[in-house]
Design a protein around this ligand. Structure first.
Ligand code: FES
Ligand code: MG
Length: 561
């Protein structure tokens, strides 16, 4: 079969060269595409619209814009669906389905005849899932994100999902505002298409994708409804075509150096704790592993520069005006690896040599005038978490950083919701709340780690307590929260041995979390540990059999190289 173009194999890229291609082309013609276009190389567009994913509302116009870029650059765009994960609509937790979406993406990219792929995601789990799939499929790929929401207004202030959701809900629980006001707030929190308006997981992962080099520079923070977002999608379509004749593979982009750069920017952003799990999983697909000690080194050298909620004050729209990821990278230039390459085949050094366009710099500080002199996230170790735990110091209460307290234990997320507001609960403001069995095996690691302050304490004005669990928390949450305790309770980690009244010590300075119980006693208690039952069928069974601990990214063991 003839190929008019000198690049890409288009519909001819698998099967035998004669009958299969003839057959494929004849079926493709039933879609009403001319022979001329069918001769072109093919750019797949992994699209993820869903009536259960508000964050992807603009998907149709983004697909159109990417297609326009692909056509303009001389290739044939072919959109195809994968599953879509809308954060707030999935039970028991969207995290359970991230690996399913990663598999869907990887397999469809591999199975269908495309020369390159543009991945369009946005909501929390979708970008990590697409990047994991892209790294494993290792076909030229570009990530496009749907972009963040812009803010709503309420009584003289801006509101954005979903740090403000939590702030107002806390006020409502504490009796500061009434039911009428919370209903009004509900209608003013999420007022445009796009992902959560703060530096939550979705925005953090969009930034990480740009730092890794998997998205076009300058695109992570463009608001979902901004015209520049469509231009960026069009550019991504063109860039995907360029990748066909001059391939740069995900395996060349996601390297130890680019992953370290991504962790470093994560620290400077005061970004989401979930990003640690996701970046670990993406890197893991490329065979790259960053140790907890290295993570802490990076954190201790990297100041928080970005003043966005939940750590600071601003919203993603402000971050965009301030120059976004490019502005942060320029402040960190002396700390990042400059010889990484991106989807355009350029080194980071070349990217950063270009002038940066910004409107105002309110939410991005200069390196020497940071919000905090150390990074937003640290890894903790100790007798309660021998395999590590994560602590977001940027969003925590410094007065609680060095503390010893009495454990108040909840044995599962259900137990928590049944008893947390019980007026008879034995709990004091200086206690430490512990949630067990909410890790990957226990409950598919939901965002249960932001335990509510017990109502009776909230009404006394208690705003924060030390909260410990093997769960995750939302990237938009804040508080003195120890997360991702590894090994988790459900597989018999020391977290399972904690009983009401035990003493626990947190030391952020020493990066330790310890259960102050004799090792022999911990062992005796764990000897009686009964793991929760394993689901018998379907995806839930696969998940439980194969999911790894948070420290390994909660990927499936059989998907890691
Ligand atoms: Fe989709 Fe927050 S719900 S990004
Ligand atoms: Mg979230």
């Amino acid at each position: 079969m003839s190929k008019k173009h000198g690049f890409g194999r288009g519909l001819t890229n698998y099967g035998d060269a004669d009958f299969a291609v003839y057959l494929r082309r004849s079926f493709a013609r039933s879609m009403g595409i001319s022979r001329e276009l069918l001769e072109r190389p093919v750019v797949g567009i992994a699209m993820t619209p869903s009536g259960f994913n508000n964050c992807h509302r603009t998907m149709p116009e983004l697909v159109e814009a990417v297609s326009r870029g692909v056509l303009a650059a001389g290739a044939l765009p072919r959109p195809f669906p994968t599953i879509s994960l809308g954060e707030v609509f999935l039970n028991p937790t969207s995290m359970m389905f991230r690996n399913l979406m990663a598999m869907d993406t990887e397999e469809m990219v591999r199975a269908q005849p495309m020369d390159a792929v543009v991945l369009i995601g946005g909501c929390d789990k979708t970008v990590p899932a697409q990047l994991m799939g892209a790294v494993s499929a290792n076909l030229p790929a570009i990530q496009v994100v749907t972009g963040p929401m812009t803010t709503g207004r309420h009584r003289g202030e801006r509101l954005g999902a979903c740090t403000d959701c939590r702030r107002f809900w806390g006020k409502f629980r504490g009796g500061e505002i009434d039911a009428d006001e919370i209903e009004l707030v509900e209608s003013r929190l999420s007022v445009t298409a796009g992902t959560c308006a703060v530096m939550g997981t979705a925005s953090t992962m969009a930034c990480i994708s740009e730092v890794l080099g998997m998205s076009l520079p300058g695109t992570a923070a463009i608001p979902a409804v901004h015209a520049a977002r469509l231009v960026a999608a069009e550019e991504a379509g063109k860039a995907a075509v360029a990748l066909i004749s001059r391939p740069v593979l995900p395996s060349q982009i996601v390297t130890e150096k680019s992953v370290e750069n991504a962790f470093r920017v994560l620290m400077a952003l005061g970004g989401s704790t979930n990003a640690i799990i996701h970046l670990t999983a993406i890197a893991g697909r490329a065979g790259v592993r960053v140790s907890m000690d290295r993570l802490n080194e990076i954190s201790d050298e990297t100041p928080v520069l970005v003043d966005l909620k939940p750590v600071g004050e601003g919203y993603m729209e402000d971050f965009y005006s301030a120059g976004g990821v490019g502005a942060v990278l320029r402040e960190l230039r002396h700390l990042v690896h400059l010889d990484t390459i991106d989807v355009e085949g350029r080194t980071l050094e070349e990217r950063l040599a270009e002038p940066l366009d910004w409107v105002d710099r309110f939410v991005i500080r200069a390196f020497n005038e940071p919000i905090s002199s150390v990074g937003g996230l640290v890894a903790l170790k100790g007798s309660l978490a021998p395999g590590g735990a994560i602590f977001k110091r940027a969003a925590a209460t410094p007065e609680l950083f060095e503390i010893e307290g009495r454990a108040v234990v909840f044995t599962s997320p259900e137990d928590l919701s049944q008893r947390i507001d019980d007026p008879d609960l034995d709990v004091q403001p200086n206690d430490i709340l512990v949630l067990q069995n909410a890790g990957p095996h226990g409950a598919a690691i939901p965002e249960a780690g932001y335990l509510p302050i017990p109502k009776k304490l909230a009404r006394q004005g208690v705003k924060d307590m030390v909260l410990i669990s093997d769960a995750r928390m939302s990237g938009t949450a804040f508080g003195t929260i120890v997360l991702h305790v590894t090994p988790e309770a459900a597989i018999g980690g020391p977290l399972a041995a904690v009983r009401n009244g035990d003493r626990i010590r947190l030391s952020v300075a020493e990066k330790r979390i310890d259960l102050l119980v004799e090792p022999g006693e911990i062992e005796r208690r764990l000897a009686d540990h009964v793991p929760p039952p394993v689901p018998k069928r379907g995806y839930a069974a696969l998940y439980r059999r194969c999911v790894t601990q948070a420290s390994e990214g909660c990927d499936f063991d059989f998907l890691m190289p």
